[in-house]
Design a protein around this ligand. Sequence first.
Ligand code: AMP
Length: 406
Amino acid sequence: MTVSFPSLGLAPELLRALDEQGYQAPTPIQREAIPLALQGRDVVGCAQTGTGKTAAFLLPILQRLQRGRHGVLRALVLVPTRELAEQVLNSARAYGRHAGASSAAVYGGVGMEPQTRALKRGVDIVIATPGRLLDHMGRGHVDFSRLEVLVLDEADRMLDMGFAPDVHRILDALPNQRQTLFFSATISTDVDRLARRALNDHAAVDIGRRAEAAEGVEHVLVAVDLTAKRTLLAKLLQELPEGRTLVFTRTKFGAEKLARHLRGEGHGVEALHGDKTQGARNQALDRFKEGRARVLVATDVASRGIDVDDIAMVVNYDVPNDPEVYIHRVGRTARAGAAGVALTLMSPHEWLLMRDVEKLMGRTLAREIVPGFEPTVAPIQPEDRLELPRPQGPSVRPRRGGARRR
Ligand code: AMP
């Protein structure tokens, strides 16, 4: 099922900007969050960078701000770092270029003065890191009396960076009547506590906790030497059932090299990575979607925004450094109750990374070996049915009911 941006209820000025960005369809988090946020509901979204979460909160804000007064602070976005503040600011300007809202970023490490001027002049959206915002608040530069929307972006990182007391002080200064949009890559107990504190609307909806939805996935773990991976993959692609296959590599260079190799072996392959122009990326994606290329090799970064439903197999050409990334990658297959395969090629130096993935999943996988591709160091087989402790987290926690109360 393809959902389009217009069907989410977005205004023509925003649709035009999205079109200019080259976005063709909303990402899953955008599909879920935008209609809810447009209704004015509070949203708790579990989403990492790269899922399109920024547009998921900015578009409803920009739409809301089209009506009513301009030049007064009506939306506040709290972010953990200045880099993210700049990024969100750029996105706000890009998505809002025809919508008429002004925005400014406020973060530490640079002079106060230009920020003070912007705050005093009056902007509709302020994107801020907590510490610097408190500085401005202390000097009377900020008026929250007209604030309508608060966004907490990357809440888990804000807590990791020790911003909890600052965030609480900011929350104390905000009007209670407001919409709150809360995003975090992981939902630990602390993050959950902060969400409860920040959310005023008891009708908040948890979305995006889809990592556990990958229930129909068969995880296959193959131990192989690094240098033999590409030959093995070419062979496995021949032997495994037909179907759309998404291969993840850690680097752009790796993606391009692998794509070239597989193409040389006669497979229909496209590559998607950040060195390609948006036009070339769209073309690669279209060929994959239309089935003209069975295999798409992508970096994690470039795979953002890929919204293809019937992916039969996800290949981890390398084991990701961050176990959450494994869950995220694998979540691309076995959608909507379908079956899917997650094939991971693990070289000896990736054993420990794989253990981290298994810890997060709460289960171990047998180490398979393909004859002719035996690794030089034989892998240690995990004990049968070894039960690993399950950490708190979105991928392992049962989904809560839709409603939250203060
Ligand atoms: P974010 O997760 O918000 O950091 O976004 C990650 C990247 O995805 C950014 O470079 C966005 O420009 C891009 N992006 C966001 N939404 C879409 C979309 N619907 N289609 C294509 N790209 C998108």
